[in-house]
Ligand binder design. Structure first.
Ligand SMILES: NC(=O)c1ccc[n+]([C@@H]2O[C@H](COP(=O)([O-])OP(=O)(O)OC[C@H]3O[C@@H](n4cnc5c(N)ncnc54)[C@H](OP(=O)(O)O)[C@@H]3O)[C@@H](O)[C@H]2O)c1
Length: 306
């Protein structure tokens, strides 16, 4: 077994004592899905954390990849997300069961509410979010899921949940890279024992040409992607880079053999806040839009058919 759960550098401990691997593999319907890359990540590179979402439409394929990797299910921290059209007591439980079924697992390691937005027709947003959160708490209590959290929640959204909750969210997954570093939100989460998890750690590839990052990479003999992942790890931010290419999946995992200096960290911390990959204002239309889950999903190389 990979040393992910025994080496304290390679995991974070959540407020319910669950160990969450600090480095995971992202998947999504943007930029393609590769069965081979997921199998390679698990089997060869020692990844033990996979991030997905019902919305991405690839849960079934991930189950196939987990099976093909030969890595025991219980070694893998499997995280997926509930799309806002599935918010509500019964709908969320149904969505959870659907994800479990597609992922071929009786339980999930982590279940997140994907966005704080809800369908426009909903009159009482706060009530819906609170009812949905309560459903996650019940699933936690029933031991169907080990960790519950939210994604893309800002302070005001977290307040709505925490006003009524009995379990403080374990994790908040938000966009995070040097061009989008929400320091106040991270501090807010840290003060409440909510683990911050960053998505788009490579800014979807759009930050890799940044000269200051390239300079730091050159000094350490590492790639810009490795510098960005290392920046996350040294901040103890859970990081889920995605790649459909085996050599990059490997590159993104080779981040434990160098350390960024205080000066490197300060340079990365001071880059201009100039890029948002996931524009929150575009999400409402997507929630109200009847496009099916995985509508953008394409396959890189041949996937194993479910
Ligand atoms: N909660 C949310 O709302 C939300 C939103 C967005 C993303 N996410 C999660 O976060 C994960 C990561 O985000 P992301 O996929 O948008 O962006 P990302 O990980 O920042 O970047 C992925 C892009 O970078 C390229 N890449 C990966 N490794 C590279 C390397 N070593 N060198 C050069 N290029 C490299 C990939 O291309 P190739 O495939 O060609 O290598 C891909 O185009 C997603 O997969 C998903 O799990 C969550």
């Amino acid at each position: 077994m990979a040393d992910v759960y025994t080496n304290p550098e390679k995991h974070v401990v959540l407020h319910n004592s669950v160990k969450m691997p600090i480095l995971g593999l992202g998947t999504s319907h943007d930029g393609g899905y590769s069965h081979e890359a997921v199998v390679y990540a698990l089997k060869i590179c020692g990844y033990r954390h996979i991030d997905t979402a019902k919305r991405y439409g690839c849960e079934t394929y991930i189950a196939e990849a987990v099976k093909a990797s030969g890595v025991p299910r219980e070694e893998i921290f499997l995280a997926t997300k509930c799309w806002p059209t599935d918010y509500g007591t019964t709908a969320t439980r149904d969505a959870f069961n659907g994800s479990c079924q597609r992922l071929a697992s009786e339980y999930l390691d982590m279940y997140l509410l994907h966005w704080p937005d809800v369908p426009s027709r909903v009159k009482d947003k706060k009530q819906l979010l609170q009812d949905t959160w309560r459903t996650l708490e019940v699933l936690l209590d029933e031991e169907r899921v080990r960790v519950i959290g939210i994604s893309n929640f800002l302070e005001q959204h977290l307040e709505m949940i925490m006003e009524e909750c009995s379990v403080i969210p374990h994790v908040n997954q938000c966009e995070f890279h040097p061009y989008n570093n929400p320091k106040k939100l991270r501090d807010y989460c840290t003060e409440r024992n909510i683990q911050f998890e960053g998505y788009c750690p490579l800014a979807n590839g759009q930050i890799l040409n940044e000269p200051k990052i390239q300079e730091i990479a050159g000094i350490h003999g590492k790639s810009p992607a490795q510098v960005l992942i290392r920046w996350n790890l040294q901040k103890r931010v859970v990081c889920i880079p995605k790649s459909t290419k085996e050599h990059r999946v490997r590159e993104n995992s080779e981040v434990y053999d160098f350390v960024l200096t205080k000066e490197d960290m300060a340079v990365l911390d001071s880059l201009p806040q100039k890029l948002t990959i996931m524009n929150p204002s575009a999400i409402q239309a997507k929630i109200d839009n009847p496009l099916p889950d995985g509508y953008k999903l394409t396959f890189v190389k041949t996937p194993v058919e479910p």
